[in-house]
Design a binder for this molecule. Structure first.
Ligand code: CTP
Ligand code: MG
Length: 229
C-alpha cells in the first residue's frame, strides 16, 4: 500500500543565516525542498505529498515549479508557527486518506534520505503502527547539572538521534495530535508516545542529514556525490 507524506517546509531557517528560507538554497543545482521531493518520489511506495509552507514563501515555491509540483503530486498548504502546527495543517489536508493508511512525516530539510531506509521504516510502521528512522549515537556524551563545573559520561548504548521519516497509521497520528494540548515537542513520535502508543526505532544510514547550519550544505553536496557514485 502507498504511504502519504506530509513534508513540513514552513520554517524560516534562522540557523542557516540567510535572508530567504534555507530550503531555497541550491543543492546540486536544485532547491533543497525539490531534491527532497525527488528523493521521496524515487520510492514507488510514496503516495500523495502534502507540503506545508509559510504564506510568505508561496510565490517562491510556485514560481517556475507549478507544473512540476503538479506532476510530482505535491499539494501546497499553509503551515503554522511551529513545526507541530505545520504538521497539523498537513493532517487537515489529508481528507481522502484512509484511517488505517500510513502517513509519513518527513522534513523538507532532509534531502538525502535513502530509498532503502524509506522501505525499512515503512515496513516497520506497517507492522507496528508507528516507527521512526534514527541513527545510533557515536559520540561520547557528557551530562552536567552544575553549569559545566563537572560532568559525567552518559551510556550511549541506548541512545539514538531521531530523524525522519516518522511513520504512523493515520488514525493514530490524528489521535495523538488531538490529545496534544500545546506542550512543546520537537517531533511527532513524542506526541504519539505521549498518547500511549509504542514507537519503534529503525536504524538508518547516518548520512540522512538535516540541513540546519550553513556548513551542512557543503556536507550535503559531498554526501550527494558519494550517493550518486
Ligand atoms: N518547519 C515547518 N514549520 C515551522 C517550522 C519548521 O514546517 N513552523 C519545517 C522546516 O521547514 C523544516 C523542518 O520543519 O523542513 C525541520 O525544522 P528545522 O530544521 O528546525 O527548520 P527551520 O525551523 O526552518 O530552521 P530554524 O529552526 O533554524 O529556524
Ligand atoms: Mg526550527
Amino acid at each position: 500500500d502507498k504511504v502519504a507524506v506530509i513534508m513540513p517546509a514552513a520554517g524560516r531557517g534562522r540557523r542557516f543565516e540567510r535572508d530567504e528560507n534555507k530550503l531555497f538554497a541550491l543543492l546540486d543545482g536544485k532547491p533543497i525542498w525539490l531534491q527532497t521531493v525527488l528523493r521521496l518520489r524515487s520510492n514507488q511506495r510514496v503516495g500523495p505529498i502534502v507540503m506545508p509552507i509559510s504564506a510568505a514563501d508561496e510565490s517562491s515555491f510556485r514560481d517556475g515549479y507549478d507544473d512540476q509540483l503538479q506532476q510530482l503530486d505535491v499539494q501546497l498548504v499553509t503551515g503554522g508557527k511551529e513545526r507541530i502546527d505545520s504538521v497539523q495543517c498537513g493532517l487537515q489536508a489529508l481528507t481522502d486518506w484512509p484511517d488505517d493508511g500510513l502517513v509519513a512525516i518527513h522534513d523538507a530539510a532532509r534531502p538525502l534520505v535513502r530509498s532503502a531506509d524509506l522501505d525499512q521504516v515503512f515496513d516497520k510502521a506497517a507492522l507496528c503502527g508507528a516507527a521512526i528512522l534514527a541513527v545510533p549515537v557515536t559520540a561520547t556524551v557528557k551530562r552536567s547539572s552544575d553549569g559545566g563545573l563537572s560532568c559525567r559520561t552518559v551510556d550511549r548504548s541506548e541512545l539514538s538521534l531521531a530523524a525522519t521519516p516518522q511513520v504512523f497509521r493515520l488514525a493514530l497520528l490524528r489521535q495523538a495530535y488531538q490529545r496534544h494540548r500545546g506542550r512543546p515537542a520537537t517531533d511527532d513520535a513524542q506526541l504519539v508516545a505521549r498518547s500511549g502508543h509504542d514507537v519503534a526505532l529503525v536504524h538508518g544510514a547516518s548520512d540522512n542529514l538535516k540541513v540546519t547550519l550553513p556548513t551542512d550544505l557543503v556536507i550535503a553536496e559531498a554526501i550527494l556525490k558519494i550517493q550518486n557514485e
